[in-house]
Design a protein around this ligand. Structure first.
Ligand code: NAP
Ligand code: MG
Length: 478
């Protein structure tokens, strides 16, 4: 990107491993069927190349998918012993590993994220999720919900575009392990890996109707969560849509979990290992182009070290390589859509207008596709919109503090409460600060670490319910 000591030769991952069809239907009752709505195109955000034409599910299509899920639930899946369900989940997990490269390339093409991330983080974590919940399928009496916990029925699941396959795994693996069947709607801009996952379900001989995939935009999601025969709604996305869903299901018997937005504080104390903290800050906000609900988007740095830390951070940011998502040396890929790029630009411009000082990595942006350079703002106050609103892009707001009490107060001064980070050499300070932070996940001397065994979820406007770990089973059992 900027001046480097030496240039890297291009190292593109071949896309010949994926076989993208010109058009895709919906996956209902174990088969691909045509949608009744108009179809839409999904593109590669790095080049704006059209990848495929995808069917849009209308209310009748959603109804057919829910009916298929209900049939599979009543006739097969809810009656099958847990140890048998586990075999299917293990099989799916193994196929995900076997087809890992294909999934990673397709995810990077459709989403714009760097291949080293989809290959080394997303896909392995997806497989780990299926392995982990496969292990629970025959041990549900230890889930903490009594001796004979029961599934809920049909789950309607709606996911966003930032981690298409990983969010699918977080939703589908625990639901199936507990004996539920599912209808899942991926995001409009990233439907392709969910459709490849549908093929994997066929390959695994999963009984028809246990997993159904309905593609489409917001209206398809609305039809799914509002369907009267859906017993459980699981949603990951924006707080705004989450609130609309909560209103839509209020007064029904549907169980709901909502994983919404965040504005996490990443707190660096003066005794922190500074180079390690710089790596953690970079990982916290620039991983996945900052399209991460738990991103460390507010850096709170102790005043006495702020100058030195910012110097080192800027130097490190200048070495980040932005460009072709399929190049194995790429650190920062494309912004997922033109719409998201517009939002990032608007909020960053507001940062300028409100008096914060912008610093961005100097680099040539590709002329095609959607790109935004790694950026930080200093001189940010708590009242600034860039300190309060989720930008969901590679933009860091930097604030300072003098005492631990001030750090905690500033960290908690947000309507969100999904995650936080603490960097210090003192174990006692980690425990004391973590205890006071109102956030579902607190990382200490690390950031953005995910594991299927640990629960994930928020406080306040970041939503409710937990995914992952034993806690994640509770959302799918009665
Ligand atoms: P979004 O607009 O809320 O969309 C999320 C999903 O909901 C998409 O599949 C979307 O469809 C669908 N949808 C839109 N309107 C709907 C409605 N009225 N009823 C039902 N479904 C509807 O969010 P996004 O902009 O795609 O994603 C970014 C947001 O997700 C960020 O705010 C981020 O913080 C949050 N997020 C949270 C977590 C978490 O675990 N807490 C994880 C990842 C992301 P289309 O996209 O096809 O229109
Ligand atoms: Mg796309």
């Amino acid at each position: 990107m900027a001046d480097t000591i030496f240039e890297y030769a291009p190292a593109p991952e071949s896309r010949s491993i994926v076989d993208i069809k010109p058009s895709y239907g919906l996956f209902v009752g174990g088969e691909f069927v045509e949608g009744r709505g108009t179809s839409f195109k999904t593109i590669s955000p790095a080049t704006e190349e059209v990848l495929a034409e995808v069917a849009e599910a209308d209310a009748a299509d959603v109804d057919a998918a829910v009916k298929a899920a209900r049939r599979a639930y009543d006739k097969v899946w809810s009656r099958m012993p847990g140890r048998e369900r586990a075999k299917y989940l293990y099989r799916i997990a193994r196929i995900i590993q076997e087809r890992g490269r294909e999934l990673a390339v397709l995810e990077s093409l459709d989403n714009g994220k760097p291949i080293k991330e989809s290959r080394d983080v997303d896909v392995p974590t997806v497989a780990a999720h299926f392995f982990y919940y496969a292990g629970w399928a025959d041990k549900l009496e230890y889930a903490g919900r009594g001796a004979d916990p029961q599934p809920l029925g049909v789950a309607g699941q709606v996911i966003p575009w930032n981690f298409p396959l990983l969010m699918l795994a977080w939703k589908i693996a625990p639901a199936l392990a507990c004996g539920n069947t599912v209808v899942l709607k991926p995001a409009e801009t990233t439907p392709l890996t969910a459709l490849l996952f549908a093929e994997i379900c066929q390959q695994a001989d999963l009984p028809p109707g246990v997993v159904n995939i309905v593609t489409g935009a917001g209206a398809t999601g609305q039809a799914l969560v509002g369907h009267p025969d859906v017993d459980k709604v699981a949603f990951t996305g924006s707080t705004e849509v989450g609130k609309a869903i909560a209103r839509a299901v209020a007064g029904t018997s549907k169980k709901v979990t909502l994983e919404l937005g965040g504005k996490a504080a990443n707190i660096v104390f003066d005794d922190a290992p500074i180079d390690q903290a710089v790596e953690g800050i970079v990982d916290g906000i620039f991983f996945n182009q900052g399209h991460v609900c738990c991103a460390g988007s507010r850096l709170l740095v102790q005043e006495s070290i702020s100058e030195e830390l910012l110097d080192r951070l800027k130097r490190r940011m200048s070495t980040l390589r932005m460009g072709d998502p399929l190049d194995k040396n790429t650190d920062i890929g494309a912004i997922n859509s033109g719409e998201q790029l517009k939002r990032i630009r608007e909020l960053s411009d507001l940062g300028d207008a409100e008096g914060a000082e912008r610093w961005e990595v100097a680099c040539d942006l590709p002329t095609k596709g959607y790109w935004f350079p790694p950026t930080l703002f200093t001189g940010v106050s708590q009242a600034h919109r860039i300190a309060r609103e989720e930008i969901f892009g590679p933009v860091l707001s930097v604030l300072t503090f003098r005492t631990p009490a001030e750090a905690v107060e500033k960290a908690n001064n947000t309507p969100y409460g999904l995650s936080a980070g603490v960097w210090t050499d003192k174990g006692s300070r980690i425990l004391s600060v973590a205890h006071q932070l109102r956030a579902g996940v607190v990382w200490a001397n690390t950031f953005n670490k995910f594991d299927p065994t640990s629960p994930f979820g928020g406080f306040k406007e970041s939503g409710y319910g937990r995914e992952g770990g034993r806690h994640g089973l509770e959302a799918y059992l009665k």
